[in-house]
Design a protein around this ligand. Sequence first.
Ligand code: HXC
Length: 258
Amino acid sequence: MPEFILVNSQVAPFVAHVQLNRPKELNALNLELMLEIKEALLSLDADPNVRAIVISGNERAFAAGADIKQMAGRTAIDMLIIDQFTTWDSIRKTKKPLIAAVSGFALGGGCELAMICDMIIASETAQFGQPEINIGVMPGAGGTQRLTRIIGKNKAMELVLTGKFISAEEAKAYGLVNKIVPVEFFLSEAIALASDIASKSPIAVQMAKESVLKAYEMPLQEALFFERKNFYMLFATEDQKEGMAAFVEKRKAEFKGK
Ligand code: HXC
């Protein structure tokens, strides 16, 4: 049983929920918690009854960053040997869509975890930031890269170099957040978004997610080629036949993930 997270593999039909559960420490991401997220996502990725996954904290904090108390005494070589980023790489490789439901603090590694997710639903109280500069370091799990790609160089530079926090409103204006809702709805709204995605063909969703992420990882021509191959591949699925037949017959498609 995980110690630092709660996992519900059916919070709604075909939707799983992973909740960070170190409330006293504002869900500070110690190594054990990150390993538990990784294990949970590997297992949910392999579960045919799961088509989308919501990751949340609680109202006060999504996560206030990596666990500073755990990191404080480490040397560079300790960090190298621990190599925590293999865990983060594994999380990034989750095939099913990940939706972050963010309320309160999403700072440092917490902001980076939200950005590894594919979309972010935020409560009105959400605050995002990369405050590592205030403790003598810098972001290490994508904060200088994913944030820059999402919000652009100058804004990312401001956040990373000053450590300032931005509100949910600002984060939405910069394109970091998909939607803002009142605090009581941040989780239900994320689950509703996940449910909507879970009603589509899961193979098409997986291929589409993979293709969108290539926009960050490959030059355009190669990424377009990758997209095209995935597009062709979907014509091998029963879901493509069903989806197009349902359109022609003016009925709702029943996708099976085959
Ligand atoms: C360890 C943390 C923590 C963290 C909060 N806590 N953030 N413990 N690591 N990142 C603990 C506090 O020590 C405190 O424990 C309890 O949670 C409540 O926090 P308070 O500070 O009392 O709450 P508040 O005054 O409301 O301030 C909230 C806050 C502040 C603004 C979020 O806690 C804060 O600045 N936290 C650190 C944010 C940060 O620098 N994150 C980046 C970390 S580096 P006690 O026991 O005292 O009650 C990072 C690098 C990522 O993320 C690299 C890749 C993995």
